[in-house]
Design a protein around this ligand. Sequence first.
Ligand code: CUA
Length: 321
Amino acid sequence: MTVGFRGFSVNEASQSVLDPAGLAARQIAELFYWMVGGATLIWMLVIGLAVYAIFSRKAHPVLTTRKLVIGGGAIFPTVVLTGLLAYGLSLMPDLHRPAPAGSLKIRVSGVRWWWRVEYFDGDGNPIETANEVRLPVDQPIAFELLAEDVIHSFWIPPLGGKMDMLPGRSNWLTLHPDRQGDYFGVCAEYCGTAHAQMRFSVVVSDEATFADWLATQGLASRRAGDRSAASREEVFLRRGCSACHTIRGTAAKSRVGPDLTHFGTRRTIGAGILPNTANHLSRWIVETHRVKPGVEMPSFRTLANDPEDLSALVAYLESLQ
Ligand code: CUA
């Protein structure tokens, strides 16, 4: 089943290593195919010899069998494995090359169980968003990777290799997307209950589309200026959401949970686990722990008995552009 929303389909967004959309991922996929090819060749040879040994009635001279054991058991695997090792090592300088000075820099922090994402404006001030990474195509991007609690691991399989995120230390990873599209990133290091629900959406677009998006992200949130919008914002503040979330341009300024300033533009809810639609958002707010066991956000079950507040809250969040 395909769940489509806002021109984006959760199931069509690739999370596959073998569907490369970045320079590093292409090299890694190629290495994978060579490894599989080499392994298949050796496997067929060994099985072929085993079958021959079982069914052959012919006696072989000792010298021939000794040659076979030494040649097939020691020399052949040594040559093949050394070849694959040399090939694998030859890719490493490319995969580890830092992004040139002046490249776009993005800071991503792993938090149980979501992603704090920071871009930087011309003066170096951070522009915060969450659980979504947007990238311009055809240029190297420097990711600074951090963790706020335990060890996580940042991985966008279609773009390149993974990198651990360690508390108290910056790790750097360069990715170079070369195909536009929608992808998913995941946490690749077990980090507790909701580890498998720690994902993020990745959107690779042309430079102009990316620049427009980033300019919008730097602004305070825009909501419709009518009175009903103001009263919806009041529900958000009164219900205690601002104890954990920031919405720039309002009184909500906490950094405990994801920044929601431009929530309405995001592809997903709950760190890449649900499409961002009004129905999913209602469910997420009321049954948070059923949707994502272990999540730090409390379930706001009381809102189930107050449909007016719930729909005002959902409409407010979805309106944040
Ligand atoms: Cu974060 Cu696994």
